[in-house]
Design a protein around this ligand. Sequence first.
Ligand code: AMP
Length: 369
Amino acid sequence: MIKLHDKVFKPYLSEEQILGGVKKIAAEIAKDYKDEVPIFVGVLNGAFMFVSDFLKEYQHPCQVSFVRLSSYQGLTSTGIVETLLDVPDNIEGRSIIILEDVIDTGRTLKQLVHLFSQTNAKEFKIASLFYKSEIYNGEYAIDYVGLEIPDNFIVGYGLDYNELGRNLKEVYQLNQANMINLVLFGKPGAGKGTQAGYLKEKYNLKHISTGDVFRYNIKNETELGKLAQSYMDRGDLVPDEVTINMLKDEVEKNPEAAGFIFDGFPRTAAQAEALDNFLQSKNMMVNATIALEADDDILVARLLERGKDSGRPDDQDEGKIRNRFDEYNQKTAPLRAYYEKQGKFHSVNGIGEIEEITERLSSVVEELA
Ligand code: AMP
């Protein structure tokens, strides 16, 4: 075990396993390119060690260069990729082979492809030492892969956690043993959002409210927002596939989180199963599902009151509120049995002072540790 900043990592891939992956890629590329002089382009910073070991294995004529992209995610509004170190000169008519340390969601890859699509290279291939096939969006073919790995947060062999760990010869993975993942359960207005706000501070957790993510997307007029809006305005649930993918994205964006509070997710059996499978693939799990209980009439009054300030259309009309309760009773309430079966369901009285309720929730969380 090693510690980098505040996190503990455990050994994952040995030097030998890593070099096995490097050799595999070198042999495959040699087969395809030994009769020409390809240009290998390493992606900094993470790929420097891979590039170095790769070149020692690739003993045929070749050129080497590097690119460095800004940490900006995606393209700028003008469609221009921000680079800190640009594409090599004189690549006209040449074969370019990108050397990446790891491909996960494919966001960086999109930038790279965009960068090289504007050049007159003859050919453009992608080699990645590590490949997280489970989360890759599949937009472009990956031509050469060293090792396929599950979606764990890894450091070492060029990869960092907040700039530490790049010099490790082996690859380590985040030790998730102490992670706490909570599902906050309850009808609209039960106080999930309010309580999540306190719990996330108290236990250093990342709060994901699917309702908030949808509202953010509606405000910013994204495709996702446009899709969700009509459902939300009626007080209906947004389709599972959309919601599940969005939730996964939110978790992926926070690979270093000490734990998550899922607020407003899962709301259907399909979502609960998807969450379990997804977390399992990352060596994580739901530790507890905590339900905030309150009577419908109290909740309706609370929501109508909230609607006066929040401007949320689904809070301002008793018909829509009742429809949200119906959705809950039909689709979400059965999840109680799902989590009871796993021994993870906890019920908490959601009526009282806010601090009092936080205390009730905290005693459940503290029993988990
Ligand atoms: P909330 O802010 O949690 O009350 O959510 C507001 C609305 O967002 C809901 O009425 C649904 O239309 C949508 N929504 C939020 N979370 C989910 C989910 N897990 N599944 C489907 N729809 C959701």
